[in-house]
Write a protein that binds this ligand. Sequence first.
Ligand SMILES: [Fe+2]
Ligand SMILES: [Fe+2]
Length: 275
Amino acid sequence: MTALLAISDLHIGYEENRRIVEDLRPGDPSDWLLVAGDVSEQVADLEWALSLLSRRFAKVVWAPGNHEMWTHPADAVQLRGEERYHHLVKVCRALGVVTPEDPYPTWTGPGGPVVIVPLFVLYDYTFRTPQAATKDEALALAYARDVVCTDEILLHPEPYASVDAWCAVRVAETERRLAALPPGVPTVLVNHYPLVREPTRVLRHPEFAIWCGTERTADWHLRFNARAAVYGHLHIPRTTWHDGVRFEEVSLGYPREWRPRSTPPGRLRQILPVP
Ligand SMILES: [Fe+2]
Ligand SMILES: [Fe+2]
């Protein structure tokens, strides 16, 4: 049966993960695939993976992760910030992959019709621990505990002054687009980060949550009528429920993370029809 499937955090810089991607196939040629970010730090690798997947699945929808947004010294593409994002959008469009800049497609298969919304809203250091009242205090605490996200070195916010400033712009623009959808239309929201904070409560280092989302999206699953919210980034694959809405963390993660698990790596999560 046709299905809407999802995965994230393919991290194909790891050879074992690349082989898993080579084996990702739809159950049915009419299946759609949602890819919720962190495919690779290298633009050529992102292109390789999405090109392969877009030939196998009827439609591929991509939301960027922080790793795609890094300007990694080893990458042939040294664009930064918004310029880099627009370049990635162009690469995806050439492959027929849907990005957050495109019209939202409607899934009309089983469990539909549902509008599929890929998001790029970043994070803004608001998922702070109670010890930190401000972004600066939260960053100081994270540096003191040595749990600093590599984004601080490799994710450049140009032309914005900071990632949180960029996040505010993205949130405002995205809210405008979402508010223009027909009232009550059901959606599937696809974002690299969880839209609500609760899934970050299980992080081993709570100080890391500041790089995992924004309080500004806390009610989006309700306001925009989500049938499901798909995300990754945490590398903690699971299903949770928030205000009656299903949240699916669909990450593959690093080999050292998936190897000890009893379940086979790289299984696609079924979003619709509701399994
Ligand atoms: Fe990741
Ligand atoms: Fe990530």
